[in-house]
Ligand binder design. Structure first.
Ligand SMILES: Cc1cc2nc3c(=O)[nH]c(=O)nc-3n(C[C@H](O)[C@H](O)[C@H](O)COP(=O)(O)O)c2cc1C
Length: 333
């Protein structure tokens, strides 16, 4: 509601599921900061800049019954804004596939405008969920198809960046009927070890498990994933997320072909929790468009999509014969 008040167009809920969710004892998210001379730590110090967020939070620990009136209430207050329900269930059994449909039907009955299928959370406590589905092309297709069977609103598939070729999982989602792809969820990672205590900066009883990296550190990596996607599927829809806190960051995704962008870490960090980030994104976009005479995002969306090419297509110094890293002999000029 506060994001909408600040002028934002759409919001994606925290992922909603039907299974019981119990988070770890202790903090679920922390922020890694860098000093000017390159020291990285989660300890709050003056004169540091945000490097990344690190979290091992599961999906929402609130049940569907808690979410139902919230979704209805938000839509009632802001009927003209997009409220997207992020949903997650398991895979591999009819019971779990039915859970996807139960979640979808319940949320759309309350007015949710679209679904985001969470096929991407990297640190689930269950093996049949999250990025474990997202890494299995067959499961990606099946889950998408099952939700599409009951959905009366668009279905977006949020994919994991931790596969070899995200184009293949996107293809599987489109085969299942997905209307759009969202990338990226957080990247699998560990917190750093404190050189004084030799403990992980985040741990429970000294133990740690792989969690997700978000924030500025993942912007270039997430852009690389998005570029692969928008190049492979030029006529499809994409929502870009990963490392955005200013309009200049968001612009990268738009220039690669995204129609929407999303923000997580920056909105969590912002002192007013979100609204300042939202206001800066909106004013940044207006300034950019005014300066260049654009009246619609469509006038610059995808403008740099074609500029990402294979390495051998990059110009070599003038006058040097270049054959794509091969001997010239035997290759057509
Ligand atoms: C604390 C925290 C909780 C998250 N929970 C979810 C979630 O429930 N569902 C989901 O799809 N992504 C979740 N994410 C991933 C974010 O939506 C986003 O994909 C990722 O953080 C990258 O964007 P950012 O750099 O703007 O943070 C979470 C991220 C963080 C930091």
């Amino acid at each position: 509601m506060r994001a909408f008040e600040a002028g934002w167009g759409g919001v994606v809920t925290k992922t909603i599921g039907l299974h019981p969710v119990t988070n770890v004892a202790g903090p679920k998210t922390k922020f890694l900061r860098s000093t000017l001379d390159g020291q990285l730590s989660m300890q709050k110090k003056p004169d540091t800049a945000l490097h990344s967020s690190w979290n091992w939070e599961l999906i929402s620990d609130k049940p569907l019954d808690w979410w139902i009136p919230k979704i209805a209430g938000i839509k009632k207050a802001y009927p003209d804004r997009m409220l997207i329900a992020s949903i997650m269930a398991g895979s591999g059994s009819d019971k779990e596939l039915a859970a996807w449909q139960t979640l979808a039907k319940a949320c759309q009955e309350q007015g949710a405008d679209a679904f985001e299928l969470n096929l991407s959370c990297p640190h689930m406590d269950r093996k049949d969920m999250g990025s474990n589905i997202g890494k299995d092309q067959e499961q990606v297709s099946i889950v998408t198809e099952v939700v599409k069977e009951v959905a009366t609103v668009p279905v977006w598939a949020k994919l994991t960046p931790s596969t070899t070729d995200i184009v293949e999982e996107a293809d599987a989602a489109f085969r299942g009927g997905a209307d759009a792809i969202v990338s990226s969820n957080t990247f699998p990672s560990l917190p750093l070890i404190d050189p004084e205590t030799l403990d992980f900066e985040m741990n429970v009883d000294g133990l740690v498990s792989s969690g997700g990296l978000g924030g500025p550190a993942i912007l270039p990596q997430s852009l690389a994933k998005m570029s692969q996607l928008t190049t492979a599927f030029a006529d499809k829809e994409f929502s870009g997320i990963g490392g955005i806190s200013t309009f200049a960051h968001a612009l990268n995704y738009m220039l690669l072909g995204c129609g929407t962008v999303q923000v997580c870490t920056a909105a969590m960090l912002d002192r007013a929790i979100g609204p300042t980030v939202v206001k800066n994104l909106i004013s940044g976009m207006h300034e950019f468009m005014e300066k260049r005479g654009y009246t619609s995002i469509e006038e610059f969306r995808g403008l740099r999509r074609g500029n990402v090419v294979v390495h051998s297509k990059i110009r070599r110094p003038e006058g040097k014969e270049y054959h794509g890293g091969h001997e010239a002999e035997g290759y057509a000029s």
